[in-house]
Design a protein around this ligand. Structure first.
Ligand code: SF4
Length: 639
């Protein structure tokens, strides 16, 4: 039970081995400290994992967590998180998804579901109004994602004698066959990163469905409605969330990345792709976009629908375009749309699949691992994807990811990963703050968990991407801010609104140029805010999240508390990962990015990582080992 609104007041622990469900105690104090979503999941993992478990160990937990805004109608608020020990990185990881499962999990009466143990045979689990039913999934095993979803919907409709509105999370063959970067799908949206699908597969868990009639309450409906109206208007009038994303999707960033030398090309050997126009957001919009689409309650609607085999299916995001495009030197947009669909159907992360392939192409070229895979020669890749998902032939090895392959065959310097997770499509040698973020990100080479400084270094503002000045402080600030946004259940793309629209509309205006020039020098001011966020005991129009949380939950919230929650989340995740051996030693990038200048004539075009790391750890109040001390954890209320 809870005294706060927005929550359902129930967290359940499902033991698959014993087929038993019990209440998990989650108090209002914990709600105040961790809000929900990923932060809540990290604390649950922190409280339950000892450091001895491995990803495929039945004792590994899966935590599916919603935020208090999920299901309340707040803008872009239906995201949910799946967290677990990752088979790709060996440490805890979280994958955020925009599908409708979070919404329906709350309708079923739950804020979060914790899963432990292992089914003795392929199983799918049905949750309805807090009741659990276990079903044999032998007939579903081997099915691709949409076939599975159709079969489940049919079974539920038949059992209820009428069409049932429900949410579901399912895995495809990649998850069943323990591909280390297998994803979990909810509708067409993927919890793509870190191999959460393989953890499902290791537990013989093919799918979970959720349905029910519960509705989360809202503390102050009138104020919440008024606030949401204003917020939606602000989203719709912002140049990124109101124009670029609806018009071109995230794919619209390809052109900016090309201009700034940030577009991963040829396994990150370069930051510009000569055929970038063919795989740009503009090309996608003109040639293949059938319609826009979006997650529930989202006014941005950044998703695309594209044709594949006469069907309208989900179009590729920026990361997929960059990594299956320039990074493989592939200029064929139709192929990327097809592969994107095929990978979703197999239940496999497009980023890690593409990153692993790019490594294999270079390893083949250098004679380290002869596979026949080659840049630009992409005709047979659909078959390679099938082989990975079913662990056949070279697919069995590609299913292990680029880090493990490079440890076996050599070529670590060009395995573009951090902590075992392949990097997203932003080449960081001309955006060194983004480079720092990739290296220190708790879950590995993730652009978002890393703080997404590339938005300041070329994709929104145009701050000098080569200077390390101020980047460590901004990195911490942005990481904590994104954690906080995610905790409520909201999409991180809403954070673009933090950048004042008038600056983005006039990229070459005197004021924008002044702001770009000054930002690196604001590091000390940001450091003060990072250390003492409580001084910001107010709301700000650029950060509507705090008022939204206050009106929806009834919690006392302001900017300072909000940022502190983000910091707490980042630290608790780091602390649990420390049990699995993470330290400063693991905050690394491949040598290609730190030692080899992108422009051979300009030695500055590389990531000065070690220097930035030291400032970053100081900013975070961590030791030289890159870890929070006991004192720090106590001060944050984690211990
Ligand atoms: S911005 Fe895009 S990803 Fe985010 S909630 Fe909206 S449609 Fe989903």
């Amino acid at each position: 039970m809870t005294n706060y609104y927005g929550y359902m007041g129930k967290v359940l622990l499902l033991d698959l081995s014993a087929r038993k469900v019990e209440n998990y105690i989650w108090t209002d104090l914990e709600r105040e400290l961790y809000i929900g979503g990923k932060a809540m999941a990290s604390k649950i993992l922190y409280d339950n994992l000892t450091g001895k478990e491995t990803a495929f160990d039945p004792e590994n937990l899966i935590v599916i967590a919603t935020g208090p805004l999920t299901g309340t109608g707040a803008p872009s608020s239906n995201r949910f998180d799946i967290s677990s020990l990752s088979p790709l990185t060996g440490i805890t990881s979280s994958s955020n998804c925009g599908g409708n499962f979070g919404h329906y999990l709350k309708k079923a009466g739950l804020d979060a579901l914790i899963i432990r143990g292992k089914c003795d045979r392929p199983t799918w689990v049905e949750i309805e109004n807090g009741e659990f039913r276990f079903h044999d999934a032998a007939g579903l095993w081997g099915m691709k994602v949409s076939e599975t979803q159709d079969a489940l919907q049919k079974a539920l409709n038949a059992a209820h004698g009428k069409p049932l509105r429900c949410g579901m999370v399912v895995i495809g063959p990649a998850g069943e066959n323990l591909v280390r970067y297998a994803s979990v799908l909810s509708g067409e949206r993927a919890a793509g990163r870190a191999g959460m699908g393989a953890v499902f597969g290791s537990k013989n868990l093919k799918a979970i469905t959720a349905a029910g009639d519960a509705i989360p309450g809202v503390y102050d409906r009138e104020k919440a409605a008024e606030h949401r109206k204003k917020w939606v208007n602000a989203i719709r009038s912002h140049p990124l969330t109101g124009e670029q994303l609806p018009k071109l999707g995230t794919a619209g960033l390809v052109s900016s990345m090309q201009v700034h030398g940030l577009l991963s090309t040829r396994n990150y050997a370069k930051g510009q792709f000569e055929d970038f126009e063919a795989v740009s957001g503009e090309a996608l919009a003109e040639e293949l976009n059938l319609s826009n689409n979006g997650c529930l309650t989202c006014p941005i609607r950044c998703a695309r629908r594209v044709p594949v085999d006469g069907k309208a299916v989900k179009g590729p995001e920026l990361e997929t375009l960059g990594l299956l495009g320039g990074n493989l030197e592939n200029p064929d947009l139709e192929k990327i749309c097809r592969w994107n669909y095929e990978l979703d159907e197999l239940g496999m992360d497009t980023i890690s699949t593409a990153g692993t392939l790019a490594w294999a192409m270079e390893a083949n070229e250098k004679g380290l691992w002869k596979t026949g895979l080659a840049f630009r020669e992409t005709d047979g890749l659909s078959q390679v994807f099938e082989d990975i998902a079913h662990r056949r032939g070279i697919g069995a090895e590609l299913a292990e990811g680029s880090k493990r392959l490079s440890e076996k065959y050599g070529g670590r310097d060009f395995a573009i990963q951090s902590k075992g997770m392949e990097l997203a499509a932003y080449e960081p040698r001309r955006a060194v703050g983004q480079g720092l973020g990739y290296a220190v990100a708790n879950r590995g080479g993730c652009h978002l968990n890393g703080g997404y400084l590339v938005v300041l270094e070329g994709l929104g503002l145009n701050v000098n991407g080569q200077t390390p000045r101020g980047k460590a402080d901004f990195c911490m600030f942005m990481q904590d801010l994104m954690e906080s946004i995610s905790m409520g259940g909201q999409c991180l793309f809403t954070s673009y609104g933090v950048l004042p629209g008038f600056l983005l509309r006039r990229p070459n205006g005197a004021l924008t140029r002044f702001v770009n020039a000054v930002i690196p020098y604001l590091g000390p001011a940001v450091r003060v805010l990072n250390k003492l966020p409580e001084i910001a005991c107010f709301h700000l129009p650029l950060l509507p999240y705090t008022k939204e949380l206050s009106y929806t939950t009834g919690m006392k919230m302001n900017i300072g508390r909000f940022i502190r929650c983000g910091e707490r989340s980042y630290n608790v995740e780091r602390a649990v990962n420390a049990r699995f051996g993470v330290s400063a030693e693991n905050d690394k990038l491949p040598k290609r990015l730190t030692d080899v200048p992108q422009d051979p004539g300009n030695p500055k075009t590389r990531v000065p990582l070690e220097r930035m790391k030291k400032t970053y750890y100081r900013a975070r109040g961590w030791g030289k080992n890159g870890l929070p001390s006991e004192k720090k954890l106590k001060r944050l209320g984690i211990r």
